[in-house]
Design a protein around this ligand. Structure first.
Ligand code: PEP
Ligand code: MG
Length: 760
């Protein structure tokens, strides 16, 4: 029996997960449950935050016209009772229960047996699943177990089938409501604009064959030529738009594409296929496939990379073939770019002046879209995976990049509140801008240099403008991530040199390649069960000395503008890794010397982001010149909370007492050996946690350029003594929530509330 139930459940859940949309998923649940349990009616009610009511969302057995119309308060009826107590209610004869509420619209007068269970996700009751019987029926323990299990699975399936977004949309259809959803903060700030949806590129692989008649050939050739012209024009426009925003090497890619579009072997082959009776899209697919195969088999890595470019080009032409006759909408007002995975080239579809905010349904706080939007100072929300992207085109959206909240079709009240906050932000920005040239000094005269985190050339200008005293973390993996293969020594050097030159004489700390974990290179796939505990950072580099030494040589060779280079190693968990790395760095330095390239030996530092390194500080301090705490990973590893997993994001907090205590320990030991400590994780850029770090005596802080002036404002508003006292108080506390309240209150009392939330 138990097996049959389990199989039935598994089948239902499987079908729910594969349902095309929310409505189908719910209908599968009610219909199949009715059959399996031999009941007369099954209904699902969902809680609507806006109306604070439970609304009938699906039914099999009750009157379907009542869907969306029948609703209960928590104090009404047996459905309300299940919701309120978050417990199953099993009643043989509902009519005689004091909570029974008679509802005529559902034709329910004939029902007696009642079993209702709550649908709970993340400790929150989302709704109620109810089965009814015309006769009196006391449901068995097995029935109850089945329904409770189904409801629990249903709650899980809700996120899987992206139902929550559709649920709100569904409610909106019914009641004309706006809705709001929460993702992760990608980049701070608030903005209001019209949603512009950017779709992933068209898929060439699924284009079918289609025979055309002789008299259709000319039309298809015209369509194809138009698509090619459009793509060529698009590349030209993009290239002009991105000049000065992206690096010259990235710009050069547009020229490569332009040349390919003129290549006769490609274009003529497609036209020949059309003439032979294949429609334009099919001819494109066949020809691109053929070219890709040729390049794929080539020995030379450069040519193999071109296969990817050709595929990309094919996709772009296909996109134009598929959207022919749709005229692109002219962009006049502020735009919120919305997509599954918003890419750099999609950024550039909108003039920067009109780009108000970005929403990416995929991605995390440290993903490329977050880093780029931070660099450009554009608010963004990422990882909002339930968003019904295809339903919100052209809608007005409010984006709160501080909290990760978005409001689609906001009500007049929300809109006016956000307009108020935006004007306050402008005032605050003006005040903050006055701090650019002022020193980052506490009220008792302690200088705490503020550096920027970067990895993009496009980030240099905003960083310099923010008054940063240098680069505290240059994530070298970023240039690796946006290429099609490992950049060579000279290519890397070209990038590093530009950064050093622009910042000279200010120091620039290059972190060696930190890939693995969530940062996979498309051309170096690593598949592991536990990537964050696997082949990451320095571990990969030591296993691939040929890649490591190329990078070290490129970094050392770039140091010709005033000795402002510092080198830093990520993910160190053991002294042996440091010893081996130092050996490779010394070898690279000697090689260069032997080649006649005389460059200074740089200061070398370590990132402290693995708990084992915290406890090895004495040994590490004897080996290197400086430290930088990677609080993002240190928090993840100390608390055993995946930094990108929304399911447990409520547990992820760098102000947790154990995180604070370990950072304090790092600073104390390093200072014993006269070695400076910086913090370059997100907590350095959050004025609340930066205040705690100030109390620990941190020597410098490194953050994204957008946070720098806010943190400077905080530093200039406190004495270090005062920060130390707050820290001592915090370290005596047991709960992270109390610690946050303490520091938030301290900032509010100092008049700095505006630096931690939207508004002033
Ligand atoms: C960190 O872990 O805090 C850090 C700065 O490194 P990343 O975010 O690049 O892993
Ligand atoms: Mg890290």
């Amino acid at each position: 029996m138990a097996n049959i139930i389990f199989d039935t459940l598994r089948n239902i859940i499987h079908d729910v997960n594969n349902a095309p949309d929310f409505e189908h998923a719910l209908n599968i649940i009610v219909k199949r449950t009715k059959d399996v349990m031999s009941v007369d009616a099954v209904s699902v009610y969902f809680w609507d935050d806006k109306t604070e009511k439970l609304i009938l969302m699906a039914t099999d057995g009750l009157n379907k016209n009542a869907i969306g119309k029948i609703s209960f308060n928590v104090d009404q009826g047996l459905v309300g009772l299940v919701f309120k107590h978050a417990e199953a209610v099993n009643i043989k004869d509902a009519h005689i229960h004091p909570n029974y509420r008679f509802v005529t619209e559902t034709d329910e007068k004939s029902f007696h047996g009642f079993l209702g269970v709550p649908i709970i996700q993340h400790r929150q009751v989302l709704g109620v699943l109810v089965v009814r019987q015309t006769r009196q029926r006391r449901f068995s323990a097995n029935d109850e177990t089945f329904l409770v299990t189904l409801a629990a699975q249903l709650a899980g399936a809700i996120s899987h089938a992206e139902i929550k977004g559709e649920l709100t949309h569904f409610l909106e259809d019914i009641d004309g409501h706006s809705f709001s959803m929460k993702g992760l903060s990608g980049s701070p700030g608030i903005a209001i604009g019209e949603a512009l949806i950017v779709f992933p590129p068209a898929n060439l692989d699924v284009v079918p064959d289609h025979k055309i008649e002789h008299d259709e050939v000319d039309d298809q050739i015209i369509l194809f030529n138009e698509a090619v012209d459009n793509v060529a024009r698009e590349f030209k426009e993009l290239s002009i738009k991105m000049e000065g925003i992206i690096s010259n090497e990235e710009l050069a890619l547009f020229d490569v594409f332009g040349m390919m579009l003129k290549s006769e072997s490609l274009i003529n082959a497609i036209i020949d296929r059309i003439k032979a009776g294949q429609w334009a899209q099919g001819a494109l697919r066949e020809t691109i496939d053929e070219h890709v195969k040729q390049f794929d088999t080539m020995e030379d890595a450069y040519f193999r990379e071109r296969a990817i470019d050709i595929k990309d080009l094919g996709r772009r032409i296909l996109m134009h073939l598929q959207m022919q006759k749709t005229v692109p909408k002219e962009i006049t007002g502020p735009v919120v770019l919305v997509g599954e995975e918003v890419t750099v080239s999609q950024f550039s579809e909108v003039p920067i002046a009109n780009l108000a905010a970005i929403i990416s349904t995929k991605g995390s706080t440290s993903s490329h879209v977050a880093i780029l939007s931070n660099a450009l100072g554009i608010p963004s929300v990422v990882g909002i995976d339930n968003l019904p992207v295809s339903h919100i085109k052209g809608q007005q959206i409010v984006v709160d990049g501080y909290s990760g909240q978005i409001y689609v079709k906001p009500s007049a009240a929300i809109l006016s509140e956000f307009h108020r906050l935006i004007s306050e932000e402008k005032l605050l920005d003006a005040e903050l801008n006055e701090l650019i040239d002022k020193p980052s000094e506490t009220l008792d005269g302690i200088h705490v240099p503020l550096y920027v985190n970067t990895g993009l050339l496009e980030d240099i200008s905003p960083s310099l403008k923010s008054g940063a005293e240098g680069v505290g973390l240059y994530r070298t993996e970023v240039p690796f991530l946006i290429r099609d293969g490992f950049p060579g020594e000279n290519e890397q050097m070209g990038i590093y040199k530009q950064v050093l030159q622009r910042f000279s004489p200010r120091p620039v700390t290059f972190r060696t390649l930190d890939i693995g974990g969530d940062k996979a290179l498309p051309y170096f796939p690593v598949v592991e069960d536990n990537p964050f505990l696997g082949w990451r950072g320095i571990r990969i580099m030591l296993d691939h000395p040929e890649i490591f030494i190329t990078q070290i040589r490129a970094i050392l060779k770039s140091n010709i503008y005033g000795n402002n280079l510092r080198l830093m190693l990520p993910m160190v968990s053991d002294v042996s890794e440091v010893d081996m790395s130092l050996e490779i760095i010394r070898k690279a330095h000697k090689e260069l010397n032997d080649e006649g390239i005389i460059v200074p030996y740089p200061q070398i530092g370590l990132m402290i982001e693995v708990p084992s390194a915290v406890y090895q500080m004495e040994a590490l301090a004897k080996r290197v010149d400086f430290f930088s705490v990677g609080s993002n990973d240190l928090t993840q590893y100390l608390l055993a909370v995946d930094r990108n997993n929304k399911q447990v994001s409520g547990l992820y907090d760098s102000m947790h007492p154990s995180v604070l205590k370990s950072i304090e320990q790092v600073i104390n030991v390093a200072h014993k050996y006269n070695k400076p400590v910086s913090v370059c994780g997100e907590m350095a850029g959050d004025p609340v946690s930066a205040l705690a770090l100030l109390g620990m005596g941190v020597d410098s802080l490194s953050m994204s350029s957008g946070s720098l002036l806010k943190v400077k404002w905080m530093i200039r508003s406190f004495t270090q003594e005062n920060a130390r006292q707050l820290l001592d108080e915090a370290l005596a506390m047991e709960a992270v929530t109390d610690i946050r309240i303490l520091f938030n209150d301290a900032l509010n009392s100092a008049g700095l509330g505006g630096v931690v939330r939207a508004g002033k």
